[in-house]
Design a protein around this ligand. Structure first.
Ligand code: ATP
Ligand code: MG
Length: 335
């Protein structure tokens, strides 16, 4: 087990709870925003089904996993049963259709790691990314949403961490920092490790939900309404947890040897994952196992430079929560 440096929490940490909760509340999207997302989805469904009658349209990402803050873009997945479609051709065709219906800034990015069409809807003002047959993302969206149902503190913590990451410029995968998805996995892991735990390990329980997607078996306990009391023995509030989160990533995580894994509800070793050396562009400098694609390290985007940036930001955040007289301000300073 990792060694934990004992760091005493500031005495007045509970005083910070109300202001942090107020920030969380201010980030929650308004109902009318949800209605607008629905309106755009309905339009897209209509346009898509005219051309591909058997296609289904799913929302995924933060607009569907309950970790979406106000004014987020929406992520849409087109699912087709036909396995041998040419995605690039289809995305180009889709872009044509959308353009003819007056959607704005339509762009087909056929060479991206996940090829997409981007667009902006002038009626609702919402931007949207559409991908094809990325069904694993739809399933991991459900997993995250189910975790959020177990204990409200996950949503509170993840909103504040995502907000911090955006303000501090460390939520940019193309610059070598982490995706929102990775930050949410880090929050789930952290809450699984509390003592007493705040979250269970859903994939370690008897499965009530199982699908196989692209040869990956995805199975876990999804009757989360039965787990509403799970974390009630733990009384830690959000200020305390936020401090603990940054403290863990600043001073306690063993970057040289450890992999965090919400799939197993534990910390694995890089050795057993065979993530001990650089292969291609995967450097494994911070290791976050994907819950379903277990050979996939969400930290793969992090390089020699950006790992320093990230760790300095974790330390800065931990120090602010430890000592700053007004942490709610400085924590979220624009970098
Ligand atoms: P934001 O509010 O910042 O848009 P988001 O939850 O939509 O947050 P993104 O990073 O935009 O997060 O990713 C959208 C979705 O795509 C995720 O919820 C997840 O389902 C999927 N996803 C993103 N990155 C990965 C990845 N590296 N591996 C697997 N799935 C991923
Ligand atoms: Mg998104």
């Amino acid at each position: 087990r990792m060694s934990r440096r004992l760091i005493e929490c500031r005495r007045d940490i509970d005083r910070l709870n109300a202001p942090f909760l107020a920030i969380y509340e201010s980030l929650i999207p308004a109902e009318e925003e949800k209605a607008k997302q629905k309106q755009l989805l309905t339009l897209l469904e209509k346009l898509v089904c005219k051309e591909w009658p058997t296609a289904r349209v799913y929302l995924y990402g933060s607009c569907a996993n309950s970790f979406g803050v106000s004014k987020s873009d929406i992520d849409v997945c087109l699912a087709l049963d036909d396995q041998d479609i040419n995605k690039s051709e289809m995305l180009l065709k889709l872009a044509d259709i959308l353009q003819s219906d007056n959607l704005q800034n339509v762009q087909a990015l056929t060479r991206a790691r996940v090829p997409i069409v981007k667009l902006m809807d002038p009626v609702t003002g919402i931007s949207c990314d559409i991908c094809i047959n990325n069904v694993l993302a739809v399933v991991n969206t459900k997993l995250l949403r189910d975790y959020a149902e177990v204990d409200i503190r996950l949503r509170q913590l993840a909103f504040l961490v995502k907000h911090w990451a955006k303000c501090r410029g460390v939520n940019e995968t193309y610059q070598g920092t982490l995706s929102s998805y990775a930050y949410v996995l880090m929050c789930i892991h952290f809450l699984q490790q509390r003592n007493p735990p705040i979250l269970p390990c859903l994939q370690g329980m008897k499965p009530t939900y199982a699908v196989t997607v692209d040869d990956v078996k995805c199975a876990y306990f999804d009757q989360v309404d039965k787990l509403r009391d799970f974390g009630s023995r733990n009384k830690e509030n959000i200020a305390h947890l936020l401090w603990g989160f940054f403290n863990y990533w600043a001073y306690c995580h063993d970057y040289a040897n450890s992999v965090i894994s919400i799939r197993t509800g534990s910390v694995l070793s890089k050795q057993e994952k065979d993530w001990t050396r650089r292969i291609g562009n995967d450097r494994h400098l911070i290791c976050i196992e994907d819950p379903f694609e277990t050979s996939h390290d969400l930290g793969r985007v992090v390089d020699k430079h950006s790992i320093r940036v990230l760790r300095e930001e974790f330390e800065r955040a931990a120090e602010i929560l430890q000592r700053d007289p007004n942490p709610c301000g400085s924590l979220f300073d624009q970098y």
